[in-house]
Write a protein that binds this ligand. Structure first.
Ligand SMILES: C[S@@+](CC[C@H](N)C(=O)[O-])C[C@H]1O[C@@H](n2cnc3c(N)ncnc32)[C@H](O)[C@@H]1O
Length: 430
């Protein structure tokens, strides 16, 4: 019997990465992270079972995730904003750290994460703390879900984003940018994006541990292999611009000119300030496990890596005409089986929140009836995210001849299929 959580995790495998991040922080020595892990019934050494099999890369992961978290907390404090919207919150211990600073905390994530985290965090918070903490189901590509998550908050919000953008495809990133502009324009505040230079901070971590250039290259390859097995998107393409020339893993930012990237943010009516990750006064628990030479190397390699502090430019509005309205449950599918030829009609948005319902409906059909081929009518499909595309792949793989035909595909959906490379995987017919 599949549970809702299993369905969510299969449609959104990224939700499991939050456990890895948490166990890396526990391994760095954060007691609250270790306690959350324990209460989630997860093994302390969970990160060792992740996609990363190269032990040296595990140490890099522990180091850079601690650095990212600490640099982010410092940047939050320096923003002076009282309400934190941690997006996505995963199973992060940040809620406790922010409450200790007297702040109000809103954590947003996909249902599988919120449903497991909420009971745990409720056990760990005092009644007074509970008044300042809330956890909401969101999909960052859905503006309505974000708006709803912070509707009880007056005044500016500090949106903190760690470990999400590398997992989003280009289309999802466009929606994220548009949604951040709308949210910041409505509430005020800032968006602290820790992952604009993901490749660069991983390279800094690798440079800290690698003894030779060759060893560094081996470690980088191990990291890229592990990442690619966890994500549909390309780690080198984590920022929303076309790559300059050939993909090059030796380039610190994977071939991106950060000034060009800033212009992309500007085109959404967003201003960017880059705040260095590293500062001489930074204290990491991991320092106790590093030699002075390694700390010096980290300092050198991380020098040009930044958290991006993004604010809404009041003089530039952004009209997102591609944005579809969305209400929870704004998705339906109908199935008609004609002697093994299954016709599916999709309505509304198939995103991280609704894809599990689509997967469930498909599995019920497939489990109970003979299905030889599938035709999907996309005439009323407004949007499909990578979670929805993943369900299409699951369907295709289950078919005897992998025969899945998409029908009535409008231009916006075709654009998504093209930009994600999925148009080559399915037959698109009129
Ligand atoms: C690597 S974890 C990072 C979590 C947290 N920021 C931390 O540092 O522990 C990535 C998180 O992104 C969440 N996520 C993925 N896609 C999402 C989406 N479309 N909307 C909201 N959250 C999403 C996953 O559920 C997961 O918790």
């Amino acid at each position: 019997m599949t549970t809702d959580k299993e369905l969510f995790e299969r449609a959104n495998p990224v939700s499991k990465t939050a456990v890895t991040t948490l166990s890396q922080r526990a391994a760095a020595g954060y007691e609250k992270a270790a306690e959350i892990l324990k209460r989630l019934n997860v093994d302390m050494d969970y990160y060792k079972n992740s996609a990363v099999t190269d032990e040296r890369i595990r140490d890099v992961g522990i180091l850079i995730h601690e650095l990212r978290h600490v640099a982010m907390n410092r940047t939050i404090e320096e923003s002076g904003i009282n309400t934190i919207f941690d997006l996505p919150c995963g199973y992060s211990q940040r809620v406790f750290e922010m409450l200790d600073l007297g702040k109000t905390y809103v954590g947003g994530d996909l249902p599988a994460v919120i449903d497991s985290f909420l009971p745990v965090v409720n056990e760990m918070l005092t009644d007074e703390e509970k008044k300042r903490a809330s956890f909401k189901v969101v999909d960052v590509t859905s503006y309505e879900s974000l708006e709803k998550a912070v509707e009880h908050i007056d005044g500016p919000i500090c949106i903190t984003m760690e470990g999400l953008t590398p997992y989003l495809n280009k289309e999802e990133k466009k929606r994220l940018f548009a949604n951040m502009k709308r949210l910041l324009a409505a509430k005020g505040g800032c968006w602290l994006a820790a992952d604009a230079e993901t490749m660069a901070y991983y390279r800094a971590g690798i440079g800290t541990f690698a003894k030779t250039k060759e060893e560094g290259q081996q470690m980088l390859n191990a990291f890229l292999t592990a990442f690619n097995s966890q994500s549909d998107s390309d780690i080198m393409g984590t920022i929303l611009v076309e790559r300059k020339g050939e993909k090059s893993s030796s380039d610190l930012n994977g071939g991106f000119d950060l000034n060009v990237v800033e212009k992309v943010y500007n085109s959404y009516g967003l201003n960017v300030e880059r705040i260095p990750y590293y500062r001489d006064d930074i204290e990491l628990k991991m320092f106790s496990k590093l030699t002075p030479e390694q700390i010096a190397r980290l300092k050198t390699f991380i020098k040009d890596v930044h958290i991006w502090k993004i604010t809404s430019n009041p003089d530039v509005s952004f009209d997102d005409s591609t944005q579809n309205s969305y209400e929870e449950g704004d998705f339906s599918s109908t199935f008609r089986n004609a002697s093994g030829k299954l016709h599916i009609k999709l309505n509304g948005r198939v995103d991280s929140l609704t894809a599990p319902a689509f997967l469930k409906a498909w599995e019920e059909e497939f489990g109970n009836n003979k299905v030889d081929s599938v035709i999907i009518d996309c005439a009323d499909l407004q949007y499909i995210s990578s979670a929805g595309l993943r369900v299409l792949l699951i369907i295709k793989k289950a078919l005897p001849d992998n025969e899945l035909i998409l029908h009535n595909v409008d231009e916006p959906i075709m654009d998504i299929l093209d930009t994600t490379g999925f148009s080559d995987l399915f037959t698109v017919a009129d």
